[in-house]
Design a protein around this ligand. Structure first.
Ligand code: PLP
Length: 437
């Protein structure tokens, strides 16, 4: 049984706890890579908020776009469109491959995935959806049904037809076959299992091109091409959920460009809104026409809202004008080099992986068994916060000690050096403390 989070902070009286413990300080200000607590202490934010502040906190262009939007309309009747929404749909279509032309603008990543799943089911006339172990697609019922990293227990049945494929994790091979280099066996075994379980109604595969909350899992070369071939063989749609990977974090506009495989449907969220709630499901004209004919409905209170669309246009401008894709790769090199230096120095770091500004560091009790060192992970993370670095341990279960390190794309070299120095100190102190205990 898990231990309930005990705390006596004043805010515990009237807020529902929703998973991770609340930080033991209130945050009052945020700019760029930095946040400040109510006592004025400066903290480096290596999680980009909840992975949304890719341009850094309160980027002046985002602030200006919010102010400009206030001169127009913030929110409208769901059936009314506004110039920023139309412009954003055009901008996305221009950035995306020719078959991804039709967008639906919603608020959260969960909502975009719900919409994509509904569209996939309505278009195909089938209902089975295959997700990945370690995936995170959201907290609404449909999206949560294909979440395999957390949140499945305690709420009764999931959406009928939810099936899983093993995530291609070379550090912990899901089928106990490879070590350090995935040869794709897990995919073949996975599809055999899917076929065995299917009732003959396979609609779609939904996947993060790089699994993020599941521990920063980068598939091997050619993996997504094989998945696409498996989907085509079975008449399934491939949906990429690029909540975290779109718009620069991996050094490209979309992760599917990096992997050379175009999805049939795409969902965007976190990084599109620059910190404001905005998401999109993007599909082809043919699928849109078919679903419209079949009666697709998805009006929400904030569908097609002008305010976040106005801000997203500024996000896309800043990404291009500040060359943030290239910057993410350059800063990612620097971050990766720092993390590998720490790996050489500290035995507890078993693996460093990822690229661009999405990097994973796995903490282990020993490098041979690779058993996670969750207790040390928690202690080091807490010490980092005291020293002024906010870090996030992602993932649960057998892999409970992985930092997902993802500073804003605007992070400076000095901030990276500072973050690495804090990590070095915190790991050293906790590891030394464990030796003398
Ligand atoms: C890949 C991915 N998809 C979807 C979501 C859900 O987005 P939201 O929390 O905005 O509903 C998340 C959230 O962490 C995510 O990481």
């Amino acid at each position: 049984m898990s231990t309930p989070h005990l705390s006596n902070e004043p805010w515990d009286a009237h807020l529902i706890r929703y998973g991770m413990p609340f930080a033991n300080r209130l945050v009052e200000r945020a700019r760029g890579t930095l946040i400040w607590d109510s006592e004025g202490r400066e903290i480096l934010d290596f999680t980009s908020g909840q992975m949304c502040a890719t341009l850094g906190h309160n980027h002046p262009r985002i602030v200006a776009a919010i102010q400009e939007a206030c001169e127009g309309a913030l929110h409208l009747f769901s059936g009314m469109l506004s110039p920023p929404v139309v412009a954003l749909s055009q901008r996305l279509a221009a950035l995306l491959p020719p078959h991804l032309t039709k967008s639906l603008f919603l608020s959260t990543g969960s909502e975009a995935n719900e919409a994509a799943l509904k569209l996939a089911k309505m278009h195909s006339g089938k209902f089975e959806v295959v997700g990945y172990t370690g995936s995170w697609h959201g907290m609404t019922s449909g999206a949560q049904s294909v979440n395999y990293v957390a949140g499945r227990r305690g709420y009764g049945p999931t959406m009928p037809g939810a099936l899983a494929l093993p995530a291609p994790n070379p550090y912990h091979c899901p089928v106990r076959h490879c070590r350090d280099a995935c040869d794709g066996t897990c995919l073949e075994v996975g599809f055999d299992m899917v076929d065995a379980q299917s009732t003959g109604s396979l609609a779609a595969v939904i996947a993060e091109p790089v699994e993020s909350s599941g521990g920063v899992i980068v598939p091997p070369d050619g993996y997504w091409r094989k998945v696409k071939a498996h989907c085509e063989k079975r008449g399934m749609l491939l949906i990429f959920d690029e909540a975290q990977t779109a718009f620069g974090r991996l050094g490209c506009d979309f992760a599917f460009q990096h992997f050379g495989v175009e999805p049939d449907m795409l969902t965007l969220s976190k990084t599109l809104g620059g910190g404001l709630p905005l998401s999109a499901a993007v599909i082809s004209e043919a699928i849109e026409a078919d679903c419209h004919r079949k009666g697709f409905i998805h009006p929400t209170s904030h569908v097609s809202d002008p305010l976040p669309a106005h801000v997203a246009l500024a996000v896309l401008d800043v990404l291009a004008e500040e060359g943030l894709n290239a910057r993410a790769l350059a800063m990612g090199e620097r971050l990766g080099a720092g993390l590998r230096y720490l790996q050489d120095k500290h035995e507890i770091i078993g693996d460093v992986r990822g690229f661009g500004l999405l990097q994973g560091v796995e903490l282990v009790k020993d490098r041979d068994t690779r058993a996670p060192d969750a207790a040390a992970g928690r202690a080091i993370t807490a010490r980092c916060m005291e020293l002024g670095l906010s870090m996030n341990i992602v993932s649960v279960g057998s892999m409970a000690a992985i930092w997902r390190i993802a500073p804003p794309l605007t992070v400076t070299p000095e901030e990276i050096e500072r973050g690495i120095a804090i990590l070095d100190q915190a790991i050293g102190e906790v590891a030394e403390g464990a030796k003398t205990a």
